[in-house]
Design a protein around this ligand. Structure first.
Ligand SMILES: Cc1cc2nc3c(=O)[nH]c(=O)nc-3n(C[C@H](O)[C@H](O)[C@H](O)COP(=O)(O)OP(=O)(O)OC[C@H]3O[C@@H](n4cnc5c(N)ncnc54)[C@H](O)[C@@H]3O)c2cc1C
Length: 534
C-alpha cells in the first residue's frame, strides 16, 4: 500500500493534517488510528466525558508512576483512543493560550512560531459563533460557541472575584487573557465538536484519503536515515501486521506519549534507553520522551446553601427530565463542559501576564468515577499555567503494546510550589468576597482545619490532593538545543521523511488548555508540508 503522506494518530492535530493534506486532491493520504470510529453516542454529548474517560474502548487509560511531588501517589492519565483522539473525550474548553507563549517559542529560535505567525492558523481552524474579530475567525471547520449553560453559583464566583479586585473578561481568546468569565466551548448545537467531527466527518467520501481505524502503528520503516513507511497492527493486540509506504513523508500525531514511544521503538531517541530495550540506534536524540510538562490542578470543594448540579441531578426522575431536555432542545446540564467558569489571574503583581488558571465547576466529586457528591457544593480548581517542573517517559519494551512508564515530576521547583500555594490562597480569598461569602456554608476538601497562612500545610494538601488536568506536552520538543527533537518546520532532527505535529512539539506548555493549540499545530504543519511538497 503506497501513499504520499501517512499521518499516524487521528487526534486533535492528526485530523486537521489528514484533511488539509488531502484537500487539493493531488496527494494520496493515509490516516492511522489505534482506536475505533467515534460511534459511541456519549462521545458527542458534552457530559459524555464521564462515560468515555476510563473506558478502554475510548481511553488509553495510562497511569503515572508514584510521584514524589504528589506525596508518592500515582494518578490516572486518560488519553483519547478513538477518531478525534483526546478531543473526543476532553472537557470541550476552548483556550488558545497567551500571545506571549508563542512569542517565547519564537524567542527560543523557532522561526515562524511567534503570535502573528500562529494566529492565522487559529483563525483558519475556527468558526466562532459570536462573529469575526481581530483575533477571532469564522468559517473554519472547528465550531466554537459560548457556553449554553449558565449557573447562579458560577455567576456568584465571577462577581466575588470582581469584588476581590479582579477584572471581568468576556473573551479571553481575543488578545487579552486576563480576567474572569465563562468558558468557550468546542461545540455546535449542544454537541461536541471534536477534531474528527470538524475535520473528518465532512470529507468522508474523499477518495484520496484512506482512514485505518483499530490500527496501531508498531514501528517506522527506515531505510538508512530516511523514514519511508510505517508498520501497523490491524484489529487489536494480536492483529495482523501491514506495511504502508510513504513516498513523501510520515507525520506523527500520536500525542505526547504515543509519538515519542513510536520514535524510540523505531530506534530514534536516547541511546541508553534504546540499548536497554534491545533497540538498534538509528539516530540518537536525547530529548525524545524528556521535557514532559503538564498542568497540575488543585480542586478545593466548598459546600453552599444554593442548589448546584449535585442536587439538580440528584434522582432518576430529575435525570430523566434532564435527558429529555437534551434530546428535545439540546440544552441543560448535558451540554455542560468540564467546567463553566474560568479566570486567568496573576499570583504576583510584578508578572507581565497571568500565571494561574481557574476552572469553576457548579458541581463537585471526589473523582469523576464516583459521581457528584450528594450535598450541594461547587469546585474552585486552580492550576499553575507555566510550570518549570518537567518529567520524562521511560521506555520499558521494544513492543509498542507495552506502555512506557510515566514520571511526571510535579511540584519539583520552588516557583511551582510557591505558585500552587498562592493560587490556593487566591482561590480561598475569592470565596470570602461578594455573594459567595453568604452562599458558602463550609469547606469539604480541604476542611476548615487547613490554615491557608501555613505554607507547608497548604503545599502538603496540594501534594496529597491535586491531579492532572490532562495536558501532557513537550516530549518531542521543537528547537535547536541538544534536547530538541524537531526543528521549526517540525522535521525530526537528523532523520529524513518524518515530522511530528501534536502537543509533544511544544517547547514550553501553553498558558491554558491544550486542545486549541494542538489543532493549530496540525493546521500549521499541513501548510508547511504542502508548501515543501509543491
Ligand atoms: C480527559 C481529557 C480532558 C481534557 N480536557 C480538555 C479541555 O477541556 N480543553 C482543552 O483544550 N484540552 C483538554 N484536554 C487536552 C487536549 O484534549 C489534548 O491536549 C489534545 O487533544 C492533544 O492533542 P494531540 O493531537 O497532541 O493528541 P491526541 O488528541 O491525544 O491524539 C493522539 C491520537 O493518536 C492515536 N495514537 C497514539 N498512538 C498511536 C499509534 N501507535 N498508532 C496509531 N494511533 C496512535 C491516539 O489513539 C489518538 O487518537 C483534555 C484531555 C483529556 C484526555
Amino acid at each position: 500500500m503506497e501513499f504520499d503522506f501517512i499521518v499516524v494518530g487521528a487526534g486533535s492535530a492528526g485530523c486537521p493534517l489528514a484533511n488539509r493534506l488531502s484537500e487539493n486532491g493531488r496527494y494520496k493520504v493515509a490516516l492511522i488510528e489505534a482506536g475505533g470510529k467515534d460511534s459511541n453516542p456519549w462521545i458527542h454529548v458534552p457530559v459524555g466525558y464521564f462515560k468515555t474517560m476510563g473506558n478502554p474502548k475510548t481511553d488509553w487509560c495510562y497511569k503515572t508512576e508514584p510521584d514524589a511531588g504528589l506525596n508518592g501517589r500515582s494518578i490516572p492519565w486518560p488519553r483519547g483512543k478513538v477518531l478525534g483522539g483526546s478531543s473526543s473525550i476532553n472537557g470541550l474548553l476552548y483556550v488558545r493560550g497567551q500571545a506571549e507563549d508563542f512569542e517565547g517559542w519564537r524567542q527560543m529560535g523557532n522561526t515562524g512560531w511567534g503570535w502573528d505567525d500562529v494566529l492565522p492558523y487559529f483563525k483558519k481552524a475556527e468558526n466562532w459563533e459570536e462573529g469575526e474579530g481581530n483575533d477571532r475567525g469564522i468559517g473554519g471547520p472547528l465550531n466554537v460557541s459560548p457556553t449554553r449553560l449558565k449557573r447562579d453559583i458560577v455567576d456568584a464566583w465571577i462577581k466575588s472575584a470582581v469584588d476581590a479586585g479582579y477584572k471581568e473578561n468576556k473573551d479571553y481568546n481575543n488578545g487579552d487573557q486576563e480576567g474572569v468569565g465563562y468558558f468557550q466551548l468546542t461545540s455546535k448545537n449542544g454537541q461536541r465538536c471534536s477534531s474528527a467531527v470538524a475535520y473528518l466527518k465532512p470529507i468522508r467520501s474523499r477518495s484520496n484519503l484512506k482512514i485505518f481505524t483499530n490500527s496501531q502503528a508498531e514501528k517506522l520503516i527506515v531505510d538508512g536515515k530516511r523514514v519511508d513507511g510505517v508498520t501497523i497492527r490491524q484489529g487489536g493486540p494480536n492483529g495482523k501486521l501491514l506495511n504502508l509506504k510513504a513516498s513523501k513523508e510520515v507525520v506523527l500525531s500520536s500525542g505526547a506519549i504515543g509519538s515519542p514511544q513510536l520514535l524510540m521503538v523505531s530506534g530514534i531517541g536516547p541511546k541508553d534507553q534504546l540499548k536497554d530495550n534491545g533497540i538498534d540506534v538509528i539516530k540518537e536524540l536525547k530529548g525524545v520522551g524528556q521535557n514532559l510538562q503538564d498542568h497540575l490542578q488543585a480542586r478545593p470543594v466548598y459546600k453552599v446553601n444554593v442548589s448546584t448540579i449535585n442536587i439538580e441531578i440528584g434522582n432518576f426522575i430529575k435525570q430523566g427530565m434532564i435527558g429529555l431536555q437534551y434530546i428535545l432542545a439540546r440544552t441543560g446540564p448535558m451540554t455542560m463542559a468540564a467546567s463553566l467558569g474560568t479566570g486567568f489571574l496573576k499570583t504576583r503583581e510584578d508578572l507581565a501576564t497571568p500565571d494561574i488558571q481557574f476552572h469553576i465547576q457548579p458541581w463537585s466529586a471526589d473523582s469523576p468515577a464516583e459521581g457528584p457528591h450528594k450535598f450541594s457544593a461547587f469546585t474552585s480548581s486552580v492550576l499553575q499555567m507555566r510550570p518549570e517542573s518537567a518529567g520524562h517517559l521511560e521506555l520499558i519494551s521494544s513492543d509498542m503494546r507495552e506502555y512506557p512508564k510515566i514520571h511526571p515530576n510535579y511540584l519539583a521547583t520552588k516557583l511551582d510550589c510557591d505558585t500552587m500555594v498562592e493560587g490556593l490562597r487566591i482561590s480561598h480569598r475569592i470565596t470570602q468576597h461578594g455573594p459567595l461569602k453568604d452562599i458558602i456554608t463550609g469547606q469539604h476538601n480541604p476542611n476548615e482545619d487547613l490554615n491557608f497562612d501555613d505554607y507547608d500545610a497548604v503545599l502538603d494538601w496540594a501534594r496529597s490532593n491535586s491531579t492532572t488536568i490532562y495536558h501532557p506536552t513537550g516530549t518531542c520538543k521543537m528547537g535547536n538545543d541538544p534536547m530538541a527533537v524537531v526543528d521549526e518546520r517540525l522535521k525530526v532532527r537528523g532523520v529524513e521523511g518524518i515530522r511530528i505535529a501534536d502537543c509533544s512539539i511544544m517547547p514550553i506548555i501553553t498558558s491554558g488548555n491544550t486542545n486549541a493549540p494542538a489543532i493549530m499545530i496540525g493546521e500549521k504543519c499541513a501548510a508547511m508540508m504542502l508548501e515543501d511538497a509543491a
